[in-house]
Design a protein around this ligand. Structure first.
Ligand code: GLC
Length: 610
C-alpha cells in the first residue's frame, strides 16, 4: 500500500466520529480541515522506522500489555546528567529488566519556576542542559534497537508563563489572551473559586493569579506560573495536537497526558472530569490512531476509581490505553500503616472485576506525593473517621507514631481540611532510612523484607509494573532540596534526589542493602517475564487467607495457577488457605504444605500450584 493510502484508510475509519466530536465542541469547518491537513503533514514527517513499527503494532494492538513489560520512571538529570549520559546507562537499565523508560519532563522550562518540568516553555525544545531533540531521537533509536519503549509527558493543561503564547498574552495581544483565561475583574474568578477545589492549597493557594502589568487575572489551577490553556478555543486544541504529534514523531512509544481531568473549565463546576475532557481525549486517541498508531496514551488521572475508569472509554470508542492504578497504590500504603488488608482486598476486587483490556500501571511510588484518596465510606463503617485516619497515616509515615519506622514529610498540609498528603521514597517508607540511621541490623532486615514484599505484591497485580528510579537499590529520602530556593517549598523533591550510583555499583554485593533489594527484585522480575500465570489475560482474584494482615492473590492462566501471599504485619503470621494440592515456592523450589504457610513479618511467598 502507498503511504498516502495507509493514511487515507486510517483517516476514513475515524473521520466521521472525529468530525462529529470536533463540531460538537468547535463548530468550525475550516479549523477541522486544517487539523486534517496537518495530521497528514505529521504523518509524512514520521520516519520510515516509526511507520514500520506503527504497522507492526497495529497488527498486535496488545503489544504494550505483555508480562515482559517493566517500566521505570526517572529524571534524566538525576539519573545521568544528560540525554547522552542516559543513553550510556541503558545497559544498567537493562540489568534492572526495564524495557519501558518514562523520561520525566525534559522540555524547556524556566529554572525555579518549572514544577519539576511541568511548566513547559517550549514544546519543541529540550531543556538545554539536558541535550537536544537530536539527542532524543538518537536515544529513541537505540532504545528501539534494544527493545525498550520510551515514554514522555505531554503537559496539556497549561503552559509556563514563559511560553511564547503567554508572553504575547502578557503584552495584551488578544489572540493570545484568548488561549488562556483572562479576567479584568475578580467577579468571575470569585465565582470559580466557589466550586473549584485547590490542587496545591498551601504551596499555591487559589486558582487565579493577578498580573499587575496588564491588570488582569489569569487562571492558574496549579502554580501561578502555570497558565491554564483554554480548550474552548479551537486554535488551542489544534496547536496542542500538533505539539502532541511533533513529540510522538520524536520516537516516543508512550505519551503520558498530564493532569488531563483538568483541561476543560466550566463555571459552577469543579472543573474536573467534565464531559468535554472525554471528547478531547477520544479525539486525541483517534488522531493518534490515524497518524501514529504505534503510540500509547497513558492518562494521568489521579482521582477516585469511578472517575478514573471512564478514561478508558468504551471498547468501541476507547480513550486512554493505560491509566495509573492510583487508588490501589494509596490503599496499599494505608494497609502498611494499619497492618490490615481489608480495604486493599475490596479495592483489588473492584480492579480485578474490570475488563482485561483495561490496562493499569501499577506502582508503589512516583514523583508525586501520595494523596490519601481512600474509600472513606467503607473505613467509616469500620469506625474510622476520615480526618482522624488521614492524621494517623501522616503521623505514621512521617515517623511520628510510636514504633513507626517510616520517614518522610507532609505535602500541602491544608489545616482547614486536615488533608495533608505525604512524600518519601519506598525505601524510607519501609524503614531503610531509620534502620540505617540507627545502625540497627535487625530493623534493616525487616525494612528490606517489607520493601521486597511490596514489590512482589506489585509484580503480582495485573497490569504494567512501574518502578521509581532508585527503588531498585533502596534509595532513601534526599533532604538537600531544602537548600535550593526553587525547590525548598515543595517537599516532593524529597523523593526526587540524585540517583546514587554508589548503591548501583554495590548491587552485585548481597551483603549490602542495595544488593539484597536489587537481587530479589531481579529474581521476581525474571519469573514474571517467564511464567504464563503473569500473562495480561490471566485471571487474578483475591482469596481469603484467614487473617486480616495477609493478602492472598491467585493468578490463573489455563491450567496454571499461582498464589501470592503477602504479610502486611510486622509479626509472623500463618495463612489458612481453602486450597487443595501441593504448592511449590516459585523462588526456592521448596514444596509447601498448603494448609500451613507461615510468613515472617512483612514476608511473602509466590507459590505455584501443582
Ligand atoms: C501532574 C504531575 C505533577 C504536576 C502537575 C501539574 O499531576 O504529576 O507533578 O505538578 O501535573 O502539571
Amino acid at each position: 500500500m502507498k503511504t498516502s493510502e495507509i493514511f487515507e484508510k486510517r483517516l476514513q475509519r475515524h473521520h466521521d466520529e472525529l468530525r462529529w466530536l470536533y463540531m460538537e465542541l468547535y463548530e468550525n469547518d475550516s479549523m477541522f480541515a486544517e487539523l486534517c491537513g496537518q495530521m497528514y503533514e505529521y504523518y509524512l514527517a514520521r520516519s520510515q522506522k516509526m511507520k514500520a513499527l506503527d504497522q507492526k503494532r497495529e497488527k498486535n494492538p496488545a503489544w504494550f500489555r505483555g508480562k515482559d513489560m517493566l517500566g521505570m520512571m526517572l529524571y534524566i538529570d538525576n539519573f545521568a546528567g544528560t540525554i547522552q549520559g542516559l543513553q550510556k546507562k541503558l545497559p544498567y537499565l537493562e540489568s534492572c529488566n526495564v524495557n519501558y523508560i518514562h523520561l520525566m519532563p525534559f522540555l524547556d522550562s524556566p529554572e525555579g519556576r518549572s514544577d519539576g518540568g511541568y511548566a513547559v516553555a517550549d514544546f519543541r525544545k529540550v531543556r538545554p542542559d539536558l541535550g537536544s531533540m537530536d539527542d532524543l531521537a538518537k536515544l529513541s533509536e537505540e532504545c528501539h534497537e534494544r527493545g525498550i519503549s520510551l515514554c514522555m509527558d505531554f503537559v496539556m493543561n497549561h503552559t509556563s508563563e514563559e511560553h511564547e503564547w503567554a508572553r504575547r498574552a502578557r503584552q495584551g495581544e488578544g489572540e493570545y489572551m484568548s488561549r488562556y483565561f483572562f479576567y479584568d475583574t475578580y467577579d468571575i474568578p470569585a465565582q470559580y473559586e466557589e466550586t473549584v477545589p485547590q490542587v496545591f492549597p498551601t504551596t499555591a493557594p487559589g486558582n487565579f493569579t493577578w498580573l499587575p502589568e496588564i491588570g488582569h487575572y489569569v487562571m492558574t489551577s496549579f502554580y501561578p506560573y502555570q497558565w491554564d490553556l483554554n480548550y474552548r478555543n479551537p486554535r488551542v486544541f489544534n496547536e496542542m495536537m500538533y505539539n502532541f504529534l511533533y513529540l510522538a514523531n520524536q520516537g516516543m512509544d508512550i505519551i503520558r497526558i498530564d493532569a488531563v481531568p483538568y483541561i476543560w473549565k466550566e463555571l459552577g463546576t469543579q472543573c474536573r472530569n467534565l464531559k468535554q475532557v472525554h471528547t478531547i481525549v477520544r479525539m486525541m486517541r483517534m488522531i493518534g490512531e490515524i497518524v501514529c498508531p504505534g503510540v500509547v496514551l497513558l492518562g494521568e488521572v489521579v482521582m477516585e476509581p469511578e472517575k478514573v475508569v471512564p478514561y478508558f472509554g468504551t471498547v468501541e470508542k476507547p480513550e486512554c490505553h493505560m491509566l495509573y492504578n492510583v487508588t490501589t497504590m494509596a490503599t496499599t500504603w494505608n494497609c502498611v500503616a494499619t497492618r490490615d488488608v481489608r480495604l486493599l482486598k475490596k479495592q483489588m476486587d473492584i480492579v480485578n472485576g474490570l475488563p482485561k483490556e483495561y490496562t493499569f500501571l501499577n506502582y508503589l511510588r512516583c514523583h508525586d506525593d501520595i494523596g490519601w484518596g481512600l474509600d472513606f465510606g467503607t473505613l467509616k463503617t469500620w469506625g474510622m473517621d476520615e480526618v482522624a485516619h488521614k492524621k494517623y497515616l501522616n503521623d505514621y509515615f512521617t515517623g511520628n507514631y510510636p514504633d513507626s519506622v517510616s520517614r518522610g514529610e507532609l505535602y500541602n498540609d491544608d489545616p482547614r481540611l486536615g488533608d495533608a498528603r505525604f512524600c518519601g521514597t519506598t525505601a524510607s517508607m519501609c524503614g531503610v532510612e531509620s534502620a540505617g540511621f540507627e545502625q540497627d541490623e535487625k530493623k534493616m532486615q525487616d525494612a528490606i523484607r517489607m520493601d521486597i514484599m511490596l514489590h512482589a505484591y506489585m509484580l503480582t497485580q495485573s497490569g504494567i509494573p512501574m518502578l521509581y528510579s532508585g527503588d531498585e537499590v533502596g534509595q532513601v529520602n534526599d533532604y538537600t532540596y531544602k537548600q535550593e530556593p526553587g525547590k525548598a517549598a515543595d517537599s516532593r523533591y524529597i523523593h526526587r534526589g540524585r540517583f546514587n550510583w554508589e548503591l548501583a555499583e554495590a548491587c552485585d554485593d548481597v551483603k549490602t542493602v542495595s544488593g539484597q533489594i536489587f537481587r530479589a527484585l531481579g529474581q521476581l522480575e525474571t519469573l514474571r517475564k517467564k511464567e504464563k500465570v503473569f500473562d495480561a489475560d490471566a485471571d487474578c482474584q483475591v482469596l481469603d487467607a484467614g487473617d486480616d494482615a495477609l493478602l492472598c492473590l491467585m493468578r490463573c492462566k489455563g491450567k496454571e495457577r499461582m498464589i501470592g501471599l503477602f504479610n502486611f504485619h510486622d509479626m509472623e503470621r500463618q495463612a489458612v488457605l481453602a486450597q487443595e494440592g501441593v504448592l511449590k515456592d516459585m523462588l526456592s523450589g521448596k514444596v509447601q504444605d498448603v494448609r500451613a504457610v507461615t510468613l515472617p513479618g512483612h514476608g511473602f511467598v509466590w507459590l505455584k500450584m501443582q
